[in-house]
Design a protein around this ligand. Structure first.
Ligand SMILES: [Ca+2]
Ligand SMILES: [Ca+2]
Ligand SMILES: [Ca+2]
Ligand SMILES: [Ca+2]
Length: 563
């Protein structure tokens, strides 16, 4: 009995700790459940009968379901925890339309972005109850859970009648401007739903009146907000009914499952005023049930700081995925920009609303499920040897864990996954894969993806777990301001420091084929030096506050902690 009370109290303390933990303390791990671990082979076909086209399960096809599920993810929590991460971001798990697209190029909802039922876990992934248990299990070992969600659109169920006469109606239905379809106009696009399409939930979402029905987005101006994302039914987010439904749905996932945040998809395709109403109410709701640091980060894929900052200022989103960092890191690591050009990303932090303090809570990432993995970008360059690619991959992780922002690892990067490119080509299986185009890929510092890829001794897994430990123990890396110490305009040398009240962390990356040697003036109040990687301590002249004759080999780095 006493033991039961004790574990219950411990549970409360742990849960309390999680809710009180600020966003800057998080390290994220982004997972596609279908591609991670298959804990239950009975749900592989989602309990649909019929052929592959009905259930969508074909582990040899990169666009089909492969069998991964919540139970598998749950079984692998120790693997994720040991990597050093503190939070899991799951690709969407709502029930999806199984199959979409033209017959010769169809694909399934294995990725989760084609919602039909906002209240149910997709049967390929498991049940609501299994998800609930998963969240509890994750919380019990200190991991938060963030759910990917899509508000802009649902699965492609509604078609435009006028576009059905086109030779290939699934191809592109031209965007219809408001000015070209005035009230009572016969030309106004008419929505139709063919028989046998899946039914959406909540039931109100089956009414085409809640959608824009303006054809496919042309990606410009009004079309970008009111057009369909390649046929996906674009919700009329200006309609108060849609706002009400979305508030109810998202509150349900918070209160029912205790999730800790949302990553919200395609946010710039929703009208800004929707977010001005949605976000404060969700934050308030989460806080009212004890989620003080509920974390919402939007996906607005602007690679330019000025565009992302401008969007952040007008949309009401405090936190956005740091696409400019991702883009610039890839350019930097592939030597398209110099150290000096790279540091501009951080020098511009104050253009964001909330400045540096807020940007320190932006999720930073280099690889992702859409544009691809860093390994792919490195292999694309013919000039880099295998050795250099390995070194650069280490540099990529050093960057991710030492610059400002919340490091976000894309699953599989810790096992040296490379991929073949973007989208489906960057969504390999962690379990032994049957996709030929995956198993023929090179991997960085480890075995091929034909194998089971949960190797806790993988050099990149070990590197990341060490960097996670460093970050967790360092106030400067989580909360410190970031300043450039030296950045070369004609090479990939970039040396910067992160400073907090009790320490200065100096980080140097030499992303170039030339060894560098020089003196560095370090403005710091501390003089005890820990050489975390590389050597600073015997180069330090405390009188002149200078590191003398410091050297960094090509494609090497150092991290030194002044306390
Ligand atoms: Ca399964
Ligand atoms: Ca549609
Ligand atoms: Ca829209
Ligand atoms: Ca391949």
């Amino acid at each position: 009995m006493l033991r039961a009370i004790y574990s219950y109290l411990l549970l409360i303390i742990l849960t309390f700790d999680i809710n009180g933990r600020p966003n800057e303390e998080e390290i994220l791990y982004f997972v596609l459940p279908d591609r991670f671990s298959n804990g239950n082979i009975h749900n592989d076909r989602g309990f649909y009968s019929g052929t592959i086209k009905d259930h969508g399960f074909d582990p040899t096809n990169k666009g089909y379901y492969h069998g991964g599920d919540i139970e598998g993810l749950s079984n692998k929590l120790p693997y994720i925890k040991k990597l050093g991460v503190t939070a899991i971001w799951l690709a969407p798990i709502y029930k999806n339309k199984v199959l979409q697209g033209p017959p010769h190029d169809d694909s399934t909802g294995y990725h989760g972005y084609w919602t039909t039922d906002f209240y149910q876990v997709d049967p390929h992934f498991g049940t609501n109850e299994e998800f609930k248990n998963f969240v509890t299990k994750a919380h019990n070992i200190g991991l938060k859970v963030y759910l990917d969600t899509i508000i802009n659109h649902t699965a492609d169920i509604i078609k435009i009648e006028q576009c059905q006469t086109l030779e290939e109606p699934y191809k592109y239905c031209p965007y219809q401007y408001f000015a070209d379809s005035l009230e009572g106009d016969n030309n106004r696009y008419r929505p139709i739903i063919f028989p046998n399409e899946p039914v959406k939930n909540p039931p109100e979402l089956n009414d085409p009146i809640l959608y824009n029905n303006r054809g496919d987005s042309n990606w410009y101006g009004e079309g970008s907000v009111y057009g369909d994302f390649s046929g996906l039914d674009d919700l009329d987010t200006t309609n108060p009914k849609v706002l009400k439904l979305m508030l109810e749905i998202h509150k349900f996932w918070i209160s029912e499952f205790g999730i800790d945040g949302f990553r919200i998809d395609t946010v710039k395709h929703v009208n800004d005023s929707f977010w001005h109403q949605f976000l404060p109410e969700i934050y308030q709701f989460a806080e009212s049930i004890g989620k003080k640091n509920f974390y919402i980060f939007g996906e607005s894929a602007y690679p330019e700081v000025e565009l992302l900052a401008s969007y952040q200022k007008r949309s009401g989103f405090t936190h956005l995925l740091d696409f400019p960092f991702s883009r610039s890191s890839i350019d930097y690591l592939t030597e398209k920009i110099s150290g000096h050009e790279f540091q501009n990303i951080f020098a511009a932090d104050n253009v964001y609303k909330g400045g540096e303090k807020t940007v320190r809570q932006f999720p930073t990432f280099i690889s992702n499920h859409d544009h691809g993995r860093i390994g792919h970008f490195l292999y694309k360059e013919d000039s880099f040897s295998q050795k250099v690619i390995e070194q650069k991959t280490i540099l990529a992780n050093v960057l991710l864990f030492t610059v400002r922002g919340v490091p976000t690892i894309y699953y599989g990067d810790e096992q040296g996954f490379v991929g073949d490119g973007w989208d489906k080509d960057a969504r390999e299986d962690m379990f032994p894969s049957k996709v030929l185009s995956y198993v023929d890929n090179p991997t960085i510092l480890g075995p091929s993806s034909e194998e089971d890829n949960f190797n806790e001794q993988h050099p990149l897994y070990l590197t990341i777990s060490k960097l996670s430990e460093l970050r967790k123990s360092s106030t400067a890396l989580k909360y410190g301001s970031q300043k450039t110490v030296f950045a070369s305009s004609n090479s990939g040398l970039y040396i910067f420091k992160r400073s907090s009240k009790n320490q200065t962390v100096l980080i140097g990356l030499n992303n170039s084929s030339e060894k560098w040697k020089g003196n560095l003036l370090i403005e710091t109040n501390f003089s005890e030096i820990e050489d975390w990687h590389g050597v600073c301590s015997n180069k330090w002249d405390s009188k002149s506050k200078t590191l003398k004759n410091l050297d960094i080999n090509s494609y090497e780095y150092f991290i030194c902690i002044f306390e």
